[in-house]
Design a protein around this ligand. Structure first.
Ligand code: HSE
Length: 307
């Protein structure tokens, strides 16, 4: 049995639409082995497809087919902590689990680069799939076939405090509201900020993050699909956040906060409750530099294992 731990991801990071993403300390766990037929079980009661349409199963089968290996079936056990359709990379986590699991079961015919490429070809965008696989912050360009990528480990005590709404937002809907064309000045606005984000995060110039997370490609449009988003950003900045942006396609709102800002999470919880948003979750996360790994359950990793 292969035992995998796959991190959640936060894509776009404000201005880096379809290009930047990072991995976070929030994990799905997937156990997988070859078997006769399709056997899928949820270990935590999360409702998942238990037939061949299951995204992990489907992805794994596709990888066997691509590699020309006979496929009889799989037994899969899933623990799904990453909430679905919330902008935290739950689909990418399934695709990476299917890909990495199948590759390991076949004796690793695919290289790391081939795995990065294939995951982007299946998902469509590399800014969730690449960090889910690699960890850290990943800068990625997908040319439709290959991903040109750099992973950088981030050594920071910054907290990423996710404000997770109690409703889903499908990526297709969140992309359908985007304009087909943008002005030249808006392109410059975004590319300068995307570059500023990585450089500032990696060098500790956190005071730049508030400027760096602004963009004109997606957030102004997606904001309309997420009630209270503007108010929540205002509250986050009032309470000292370095930056606040829509995570991936949304609806999760991500805030970047200094580790010394001890009561930030509590203040956000208090504000949400006062707004009547008692079903929204506030979750404190950190950057995961490891990416997808084998976790044998022999440790008490709580998100930090290297077993
Ligand atoms: N960059 C993608 C988007 C992330 O914002 O639509 C979701 O795959």
């Amino acid at each position: 049995m292969i035992n995998l731990r796959i991190p959640a991801t936060s894509a776009n990071l404000g201005a880096g639409f379809d290009a930047l993403g990072l991995a976070l300390s929030y994990y799905n766990y997937v156990n997988m082995e070859e078997s006769d037929g399709c056997h899928i079980r949820s270990l935590d009661g999360t409702e998942i497809p238990s037939d061949e349409s299951n995204l992990i199963y489907h992805t794994a089968k596709t990888v066997y087919d691509i590699c020309g290996k006979p496929f009889k079936g799989l037994t899969i056990e899933q623990t799904n902590n990453i909430p679905m359709a919330r902008g935290l990379g739950s689909s990418s986590a399934c695709i990476i689990a299917g890909l990495v699991g199948a590759n390991k079961l076949m004796g690793e015919p695919l290289s790391l680069d081939e795995t990065v490429d294939l995951s982007a070809q299946i998902e469509g965008h590399p800014d969730n799939t690449a960090p889910a696989l690699l960890g850290g912050i990943v800068t990625a360009v997908f040319d439709g076939k290959s991903v040109h990528w750099v992973k950088q480990e981030v050594f920071t005590t910054l907290k990423f405090i996710a404000v997770i709404p109690d409703f889903e937002l499908k990526t297709e809907k969140a992309r359908a509201c985007l304009p087909k064309e943008i002005a030249h000045s808006d392109a410059v606005y975004n590319l300068s900020r995307a570059a500023l984000f990585s450089a500032s995060l990696l060098t500790g110039k956190y005071e730049n993050l508030r400027t760096a997370v602004h963009d004109r490609l997606h957030q102004p449009y997606r904001m309309e699909l997420i009630p209270h988003a503007r108010d929540i950003f205002d509250i986050a900045y009032t309470n000292g956040a370095y930056g606040a942006y829509i995570s991936g396609a949304g609806p999760t709102l991500m805030t970047i906060v200094d580790s010394e800002n001890k009561f930030f999470g509590g203040k956000m919880r208090f504000a949400l409750d006062n707004m009547g948003l008692t079903g929204w979750e506030v979750k404190e996360l950190h950057i995961d530099n490891q990416g997808t790994c084998e976790c044998h359950g022999t440790c008490e990793c709580h998100g930090t294992c290297e077993c």
